[in-house]
Design a protein around this ligand. Structure first.
Ligand code: SAM
Ligand code: DTB
Ligand code: SF4
Length: 339
C-alpha cells in the first residue's frame, strides 16, 4: 500500500490536542469516514508464544526478568498448541492472529520455529502478525517469505521520555528494526503506550514520530498502560480518559489511512470511553479474554458493546464497503429542519 508521508512537528500535533474536545472529535470522525468504512471494527487476537524471563528492562512490562511480577514463565509453545489457539480465535471471529514472544531479538533457530507457526496460521485463512523484538538483517525477509502480513514493533513513547522507561535498547534500535520490516515489504504495526507518566507534549512527540515514519504504519496500536504489580510503573497515576480519546483522535487525523487499534487497557476502560475511542477513529481491537499475560474483556462484554453501538466486524465489508463520504453540514441542517 502506498501511504503519503508528512512532516508533523510537535507544535502542529499539540495544536490538534488543544482543540475543543468536540471540534477534535468532529474532525477525527470526518477523516475517519472519508478513509474507512463506517461502524466497522477489525478484530485481532493475541497469543503469547513465549512468556516471561525477558532480558530487557521495559518499565511497563510484566515479562521483564528485571521485575518481580509473579508471572509464570513458559518456553516457546509447540505448533499444535498455537494452531489450536488460532483455530479458536478464527471461530470467535478474529481476522488476524498476533503472536508475541518475550525476546530481545530472535535467534535463527527461534525464527525457524516461528516461521513454521506463521505459515500454518496463514494457511488457516487468518492474517498473521508477530512481535518478536529486534530483527537482524535478513530476518524480516524470511518472515515475509513465510506469509507474514504484519510485524509489530512499538516506539512506545516519545524519544524524550524513552530513557525513563527502557535502558536496554535505544530508540534508534527500534527505528532500525522498523526499517528492516518496511524494506522487507511487510506491513508495519507500530504504536505506543499512554499513561506511563508522560506529558501531553511527550504524547504528541510519540504521535509525531509515528506520523513522520516514511510511510507511516499501516497499523497503529494505542495501548493504555496495564499497571502490573511488581513493575516500576505499577503505581503510576491514571491518565484522564478524555486525554486517551484525544490521542486516538489526533492519531486518526495524522495518519488517515492507518488502522488505529484500541489495544491494551480496555479492561480498565468503561464502555463510554471505548465508544468515544471508536468515534475518535479507532477501528480495531484486541479480541479475546487474554492479551499477552494480562486480562482483556470477556467475549460476551465485547459482543454486547458492539451490539449496543451498532458496530460490526465482518471482514467482507472491509473489502466491499467504500469509505462513507462525510455528511455535509447542510445535510444535517436539512435533517434538523424536518424535526
Ligand atoms: N518483546 C517484544 C518487544 O518488546 O519488542 C515483543 C513483545 S512486547 C510485550 C509488545 C508490546 O506490548 C510492547 O512494545 C508494549 O508496547 C506492549 N506492552 C507490554 N506491556 C504492557 C503493559 N503493561 N501495558 C500496555 N502495553 C504493554
Ligand atoms: C501492542 O501494541 N499491544 C499488544 C501487542 N502489541 C503485542 C500487547 C499488549 C500487552 C499488554 C500486557 C500483557 O498482557 O502482557
Ligand atoms: Fe521484553 Fe518486550 Fe516486555 Fe520489553 S516489552 S520486557 S522486550 S517482552
Amino acid at each position: 500500500m502506498h501511504l503519503p508521508t508528512n512532516n508533523w512537528t510537535i507544535n502542529k500535533v499539540l495544536a490538534l490536542y488543544e482543540l475543543p474536545f468536540m471540534d477534535l472529535l468532529w474532525q477525527a470522525q470526518t477523516v475517519h469516514r472519508s478513509n474507512h468504512p463506517a461502524n466497522h471494527v477489525q478484530l485481532s487476537s493475541l497469543l503469547s508464544i513465549k512468556t516471561g524471563a525477558c532480558p530487557e528492562d521495559c518499565a511497563y512490562c510484566p515479562q521483564s526478568s528485571k521485575h518481580n511480577t509473579e508471572l509464570e514463565q513458559e518456553p516457546l509453545l509447540d505448533l499444535p498448541t498455537v494452531l489450536q489457539a488460532a483455530q479458536q480465535a478464527k471461530e470467535q471471529g478474529a481476522s488476524r492472529f498476533c503472536m508475541g514472544a518475550a525476546w530481545r531479538s530472535p535467534t535463527e533457530h527461534q525464527l525457524d520455529q516461528v516461521i513454521e507457526m506463521v505459515s500454518a496460521v496463514k494457511n488457516m485463512g487468518l492474517e498473521t502478525c508477530v512481535t518478536l523484538g529486534m530483527l537482524k538483517d535478513g530476518q524480516a525477509e524470511r518472515l515475509k517469505a513465510a506469509g507474514l502480513d504484519y510485524y509489530n514493533h512499538n516506539l512506545d513513547t516519545s524519544p524524550e521520555f524513552y530513557g525513563q522507561i527502557i535502558s536496554t535498547r535505544t530508540y534508534q534500535d527500534r527505528l532500525e528494526t522498523l526499517e528492516r520490516v518496511r524494506d522487507a515489504g511487510l506491513n508495519t504495526c507500530c504504536g505506543g503506550i499512554l499513561g506511563m507518566g508522560e506529558t501531553r507534549r511527550q504524547r504528541a512527540g510519540l504521535l509525531s514520530q509515528l506520523a513522520n515514519l516514511q510511510p507511516y504504519p499501516e497499523s497503529v496500536p494505542i495501548n493504555q498502560l496495564v499497571k502490573v504489580p511488581g513493575t516500576p510503573l505499577a503505581e503510576t497515576e491514571d491518565l484522564d480518559p478524555f486525554e486517551f480519546v484525544r490521542t486516538i483522535a489526533v492519531a486518526r487525523i495524522l495518519m488517515p489511512k492507518a488502522v488505529i487499534r484500541l489495544s491494551a487497557g480496555r479492561e480498565n476502560m468503561d464502555d463510554s470511553t471505548q465508544a468515544l475511542c471508536f468515534l475518535a477513529g479507532a477501528s480495531s481491537i484486541f479480541y479475546g479474554e487474554q492479551l499477552l499475560t494480562t486480562a482483556n474483556p470477556q467475549f460476551s462484554a465485547d459482543q454486547a458493546l458492539f451490539q449496543r453501538l451498532g458496530l460490526h466486524s465482518q471482514t467482507t465489508l472491509e473489502k466491499d464497503t467504500p469509505p462513507t463520504a462525510p455528511a455535509r453540514p447542510s445535510t444535517y441542517q436539512a435533517a434538523l429542519e424536518t424535526l
